[in-house]
Design a protein. Structure first.
Length: 91
């Protein structure tokens, strides 16, 4: 009976934690973050997949009991004001 309660307590206590996946650039700048894995986690070379997304970057997986993990994605090219002005010129 004690074993059942111990397993039940363990499953309830870990359910409150959420995983946060973060990728940092070589300069240790946060460039990607989400509760969804950035790459397939069942791949043979996790590091190689991370390198495809952020060259020379590194993945950090953490758990936060408060569930805080704001989404960040600086891996996609961003449009500048000049780019937007060029688009508007041709519309």
């Amino acid at each position: 009976m004690k074993t059942i309660f111990a397993l039940l307590a363990l499953s309830v206590s870990t359910a409150a934690f959420s995983e946060c996946y973060s990728i940092y650039a070589p300069s240790n700048e946060l460039v990607w973050q989400s509760t969804v894995p950035p790459v397939p986690m069942n791949t043979a070379s996790l590091n190689a997949e991370v390198q495809k997304k952020v060259p020379k970057g590194h993945l950090v997986i953490s758990t936060d009991p408060r569930g805080l993990c704001p989404v960040v994605d600086l891996t996609q090219p961003r449009k500048t004001m000049r780019d937007k002005a060029e688009e508007m010129k041709y519309d």
